[in-house]
Design a protein around this ligand. Structure first.
Ligand SMILES: [Zn+2]
Length: 169
């Protein structure tokens, strides 16, 4: 994961009680962030920042298409993504993120949104994503079928199952 310029929010310098921003995340953005799930994409992001007495509420809406790997044939496919996310941010002594509340150092009071936006879009990808019927790479599907049922389950579920089994022991 890399930080990307151009997606910083100046909370320390915010003088209004509410501001709106818009971004268009393009292939360049996804290449620069260098995340695992998404290689390319075109996603519109709208952000409304509201200041409350104690904190800032960041309401995101996003809508677009990203290129991901098909679960069935491993070929590239376009996956529509859309959703809404709210982040709560507070200015404090130092930067931090406990999963519920993000804190940003009062000086300089800047929040880099690039990774938050990437993560939000990545979470909008359905757990199972495959080409529409008939559009998979037939040769690959045939070969995978020949290897048995190994790819039937998502490896993330296997890891989770293993964890649950361990915890129950
Ligand atoms: Zn496919």
């Amino acid at each position: 994961m890399d930080r990307v310029d151009g997606y910083r929010l100046d909370l320390g310098g915010m003088t209004e009680d509410a501001v709106s921003h818009r971004w268009q995340l393009t292939d360049d953005f996804f290449a620069a962030v260098n995340g695992r799930e998404i290689g390319k994409g075109q996603v519109d992001v709208a952000l409304r920042v509201k200041r409350t007495s104690e904190a800032f509420e960041l309401e995101f809406g996003f809508d677009g298409v990203v290129e991901v790997e098909c679960d069935r044939c491993l070929g590239r496919m376009n996956q529509p993504v859309h959703g809404e996310t709210v982040l709560h941010v507070r200015l404090d002594d130092e930067d931090g993120d406990d999963g519920e509340l993000i804190t940003v150092a009062r000086v300089p009071g800047i929040l880099d949104l690039s990774w938050h936006m990437y993560e939000m879009v990545a979470l909008g990808i359905p757990l199972r994503h495959v080409h529409p019927d008939g559009e998979c790479d037939a040769a690959i599907v045939q070969r995978l079928d020949g290897e048995g049922q190994e790819r039937q389950t998502d490896s993330r579920w296997d890891a989770l199952k293993e964890l649950i089994t361990k915890t129950n022991k």
